[in-house]
Ligand binder design. Sequence first.
Ligand SMILES: Cc1cc2nc3c(=O)[nH]c(=O)nc-3n(C[C@H](O)[C@H](O)[C@H](O)COP(=O)(O)OP(=O)(O)OC[C@H]3O[C@@H](n4cnc5c(N)ncnc54)[C@H](O)[C@@H]3O)c2cc1C
Length: 292
Amino acid sequence: MLPSPCTLSEARRSRRGNPSKSALRQAQGERGVAAVNEYKKCCTEAEHPATLAFVASNVHRAIVVEKRLCAADIFVFTLALDPPAPLAFRPGQFISVRVGEEPNGSAILRSYSLASSPGRSEIQLLVKRVEAGSGSAWFMNLAVGETVTFTGPMGFFVLDLQHPGDIVFAATGVGIAPVLPMLDEALGRNESGRIVLYWGNRYQRDLFWQRELDARINNPRLQVRRFLSSDDPTWTGERGRITSAIAADLASLLQPTFYLVGNGGMIRDVKQELVARGVDRKRQIRNEVFFE
Ligand SMILES: Cc1cc2nc3c(=O)[nH]c(=O)nc-3n(C[C@H](O)[C@H](O)[C@H](O)COP(=O)(O)OP(=O)(O)OC[C@H]3O[C@@H](n4cnc5c(N)ncnc54)[C@H](O)[C@@H]3O)c2cc1C
């Protein structure tokens, strides 16, 4: 069994919801009273009690059935659960993958958002190669037919059960991973607000999932806006950072709920801009920081 601290630390990072009895039992079973206290402490700083997502530290195995380069330094992995069975999760959640072992035998774990929708016995992950990163290097060496061990689902970065108005996604780079299944959940709901995606990248070569995103813009509720921050003369789309675009558009949004994911710097900046303009951080902003 893999160690469980991710369940607790991810819960603390997300700081959402009240602890469910089963989650408490799970923490109790795994790491004793100290773990329960840690879990309670993080969860009692609750901000969004309505959407506590199911988290589990069950260990799963999956076989790599496809590995495909989809943009500069980004691979999409399709993993088939072994034995075959759909993984229960909510769009936006992530898994904790065993990417190696410390010399003392303890597992090295890295978090990856589920980039596919629930209900299938195959899942997809998007993995960006990070300079000198051990987790991404492990993925780069991973071949079709090999086995991945992971725990999950984890995290509380999921859609609210209801939205009073518009939904705004702000993602940078590979932060788009959980957004596609969240978009599909949002589009499938009986809500009438607009859904706007701001996706920021540096270069054109960083872009991917163009067909997947374009296929969804037939839905009149959805607007997809791609921004490049580099000075690329061949780019005919929008330029600059998504932070300023979101701030500029705020007045046109109706009772928006924001989902921010990816680079911690972007998330900090967008939050700061929104809060300075009167957005209620606790009620209207959700976030998932991939890295600082
Ligand atoms: C909840 C959650 C979900 C995540 N989902 C994904 C995902 O879907 N896909 C994915 O590729 N990563 C995702 N990450 C990041 C992932 O867990 C690893 O941190 C990442 O793969 C780098 O791990 P590493 O061991 O290769 O590098 P590390 O040794 O952990 O990090 C090396 C350096 O790279 C920086 N870094 C990490 N990620 C990036 C990045 N994307 N771009 C630029 N610099 C980076 C780190 O801040 C650090 O300075 C997620 C992280 C969290 C917390």
